[in-house]
Write a protein that binds this ligand. Structure first.
Ligand SMILES: Cc1cc2nc3c(=O)[nH]c(=O)nc-3n(C[C@H](O)[C@H](O)[C@H](O)COP(=O)(O)OP(=O)(O)OC[C@H]3O[C@@H](n4cnc5c(N)ncnc54)[C@H](O)[C@@H]3O)c2cc1C
Ligand code: SF4
Ligand code: SF4
Length: 729
């Protein structure tokens, strides 16, 4: 601005200061000069004198109302303010100096946002009000030393650290609560050693169950038990549930963990073997005490057969009497599960949706699925009275068993699916199921119930995992919120019957009663291993760093009172839910990519994504780049951001183009989404806005060529020996 435009007279003192304040705010916060100020600076006398003399000092002291509102909005919505951006850059540069060459630090806003959620779709208003879920940094370590370095750095900066596998659990265990550092262990996916003689497998924490199973199969071995989320990580499952497929004979995962290495927030590495009391502290405590950096699992001989049988029953009581008989008569199946008629009807619906034909494979009754991995046990079962009843149901049994890895597929019919997942003693299941159905009817909802029946050597010898799912619409905000109430009421019901939520994470943390002996013991351990409370804080074991409102709402007595009020109001809330319930279509018609410029295809596909992460683990482009942005799940999140009109960084806009169009992601997708068609639309949108990223694609093609042999091998086969971090960086 030239001297000629300098104002004269009494205002010059404040004008000069306002000019400096505007420059400082532009530099520090990236905020543009307000128009009123520009008018004053551009020429004297355009605003009345008295207004100018009021406005200028106010602006110098606090800024313009618009600027203030904008900063406040950014802060409230957990966005990067310019001050936060500078902090991120400083933290990334200082942390980068302490990490090994294969380690990646992610700083772009939308990319970090992908790490701010898990399978649960929490309404944004609720998420933003209660927590600050966007991590400041995401670190993908490539070695145990990197994990140690991140923990040491976090302790120095007093930053919370959130361990994460592929975030396929639904309770918020891997979700940040107060920004901090998300440590993505899913890139440490190597299987280190298979000792066939001693039947042991040593893996890094990010190893996928599917990779491990396929690698073991080659030497005639198999895991004792696996989650149905077969693309989740070994470290993630060891830190959460642990009850899964084969749990009737294989027991709880903890029984299969022979040894582990754990990084503590104090910087220490613990090397623990079975028999060491401390090993149990880290299993199932959701990454709040330490980070698994290596696990050794006891494995078993590969099953000779894989033979499912289906027994129809009249109701849940009869089903569980039958389970008792199976146990008593010593039939020895490896897997037992109960499905109610709604759950089986859902199987028929999804089958019809996939084949386009109106198939009815299942009878309109409840059923028990019994799977044998031993020919003699199966033969004994087939000649028994129980087994005779299953002979006519061979096709249905095989359909159910072959679909075991897709428990969330009904979300395709959706548009959304909600689930309550609880664990309880076997004898309590029939009571729970009956009461849960009554409660759900108040909300006009039919539950689809599946119960995994297990046997363990732990204190609770006969735990059952009860999963009650129901369809709803996350697009219809009120429908979704009212049905979220039902989820919490179902968990409350289970707790009142002596059960507990299957995981605690953020949302179920108040259910772990403050005075419960297990919690007291774990809190003592937490303070011993993590005195600064930096590891996964503000969850079931620690309230530090939690923001005010959530601290109040999640305080045990307040939470319980809130649930009681919701339960008392449930007839009213239920009626409301029934009134506003949007119609549910029996099938999803995939929109034409040309319709509304692809908008409908992208938005309807992304709302049906369960966030299960299976498409990450199988994607060859991810295995090469270790970059989640190249995978289906992240591309859909980026597309949502484009629809909201958010700005993408150059890296975020270029990464989705690194794709081989191989379709492996569609093969494993929980909801069998039309991913490649959707990618084509997303790529078109990105190319229109940001240009085609020639260099990124050329570099990716070079990388793919370099590892061509391994690529070819991977089609159809899951290939665990993919290039390590150091090779590909
Ligand atoms: C389709 C589907 C099917 C499922 N089936 C089952 C099932 O059969 N049985 C079952 O129990 N669960 C099941 N789940 C839930 C979930 O998949 C499992 O709990 C899963 O194994 C979690 O692994 P993850 O890699 O996704 O971990 P994440 O969800 O990323 O993390 C889970 C918790 O572990 C912590 N964590 C992650 N890695 C580490 C580490 N290395 N060290 C310390 N803490 C860590 C995180 O902080 C978080 O608290 C299913 C989920 C889906 C979507
Ligand atoms: S098509 Fe293949 S390369 Fe592309 S995202 Fe899917 S799995 Fe990855
Ligand atoms: S795109 Fe499919 S496989 Fe990928 S996270 Fe979504 S539902 Fe899972």
């Amino acid at each position: 601005m030239g001297d000629a435009r300098r104002p004269v007279g009494f205002r010059s003192f404040w004008v000069e200061r306002a000019r400096r304040a505007a420059e400082r705010r532009r530099r520090v916060y990236g905020l543009v000069e307000p128009q009123a100020l520009r008018r004053i600076l551009d020429g004297p006398g355009r605003l009345p004198g008295f207004l100018t003399s009021l406005w200028l000092p106010l602006y110098v002291l606090v800024g313009s109302p618009r600027q203030l509102a904008r900063l406040l909005w950014w802060t409230l919505t957990d966005r990067d303010t310019p001050a936060r951006r500078r902090r991120i850059e400083r933290l990334a540069s200082e942390l980068g100096k302490r990490l090994g060459p294969g380690c990646r630090i992610l700083v772009d806003y939308l990319e970090r946002r992908i790490y701010s959620r898990d399978v649960a779709r929490v309404p944004r208003a609720l998420e933003k009000t209660l927590h600050r879920t966007t991590p400041l940094l995401v670190v993908q370590p490539s070695s145990e030393k990197d994990v140690q370095a991140v923990l040491a750095f976090a302790a120095l900066e007093r930053l919370p650290v959130y361990p994460r596998g592929i975030s396929s659990s639904p309770f918020g265990g891997a979700v940040p609560t107060t920004n901090g550092i998300a440590i993505d262990l899913s890139a440490m996916l190597e299987i280190l050693e298979i000792d066939a003689d001693r039947r042991l497998a040593r893996v890094r924490p990010g190893a996928r169950w599917a990779d491990l199973a396929s690698r073991l199969e080659r030497v005639g071995l198999g895991p004792r038990t696996t989650p149905t989320s077969r693309f989740s990580t070994v470290g993630g499952w060891a830190s959460t549930g642990g009850l899964g497929l084969g749990g009737f004979s294989g027991g709880h995962l903890s029984e299969a963990i022979a040894a582990a290495r754990v990084a503590l927030p104090t910087g220490e590495i613990l090397s623990l073997a079975q028999g060491d009391d401390r090993l149990a502290d880290f299993i199932g405590t959701e990454g709040q005490l330490g980070i698994f950096t290596e696990l050794t699992l006891r494995v078993r001989e590969l099953a000779k057969i894989d033979a499912p049988h289906l027994l129809y029953v009249d109701g849940v009581a009869e089903a569980f009497e039958l389970v008792e008989r199976l146990d008593r008569d010593g039939h020895g199946p490896m897997h037992v599960a109960y499905y109610d008629r709604e759950r089986l009807a859902e199987e028929d619906l999804t089958l019809a949706d996939r084949t386009g034909r109106d198939l009815r494979v299942f009878e309109d009754r409840d059923a028990i699925l019994v799977v044998f991995d031993d020919a003699q046990a199966q033969a004994r079962f087939l000649v028994s009275e129980l087994g005779a009843g299953s002979r006519a149901n061979g096709t249905a049994a095989h359909v159910l068993w072959s679909e075991r890895y897709f428990p969330l597929k009904a979300q395709r019919l959706g548009p959304s699916l909600l689930a309550s997942e609880v664990v309880m003693a076997r004898r309590q299941v029939p009571r729970f199921v009956r009461r849960a159905r009554r409660l759900a009817r108040r909300f006009g909802t039919m539950l689809a119930i599946e119960v995994l029946v297990c046997r363990t050597t732990g204190a609770d010898r006969e735990p059952c995992v009860v999963m009650a799912t129901f369809r709803c619409s996350s697009v219809h905000r009120w429908d979704y919120l009212l049905r979220l109430v039902l989820v919490q009421l179902l968990t409350r019901l289970a707790v009142r019957l002596g059960g507990s939520p299957y995981g605690f994470g953020i949302w179920n943390s108040p259910f772990l009663g403050r005075s419960a002996p297990r919690r007291r013991r774990m809190v003592r351990r937490k303070l011993e291993y993590d005195p600064l409370v930096i590891l996964n804080p503000a969850k079931a074991l620690g309230t530090r760093m939690r923001l005010g409102l959530s601290r109040v709402l999640f305080f045990g007595p307040v939470f319980r009172l809130g649930l009681f009020v919701l339960w008392a109001l449930s007839p009213v809330l239920g009626s409301l839910a029934r009134i506003i319930q949007p119609p549910r279509a029996p099938r999803w018609r995939v929109p034409d990519p040309a319709e509304e410029g692809g908008f409908r295809l992208v938005s309807e596909t992304s709302v049906r994504c369960t966030f299960c992460g299976s498409c990450i683990s199988t994607c060859p482009a991810y295995r090469l780049t270790r970059d989640e942005l190249v995978t289906g799940r992240a591309k859909l999140r980026l597309a949502e951001a484009v629809i909201r009109g958010e700005e993408l960084s150059a890296r975020e806009a270029a990464s989705p183009f690194q794709c081989l169009q191989c379709g492996l992601c569609e093969e494993v997708c929980q909801t069998r989404l039309p991913l490649r068609q959707t990618y084509a639309v997303i790529e078109r949108w990105l190319a229109d806005r940001h240009g085609y990223p020639k260099e990124t694609v050329a570099a990716f093609v070079d990388l793919a060529q370099k590892h061509r042999a391994r690529f070819m091998d991977a089609f159809g086969l899951l290939q665990p020996e993919w290039p390590g971090g150091e090779e590909t960086k």
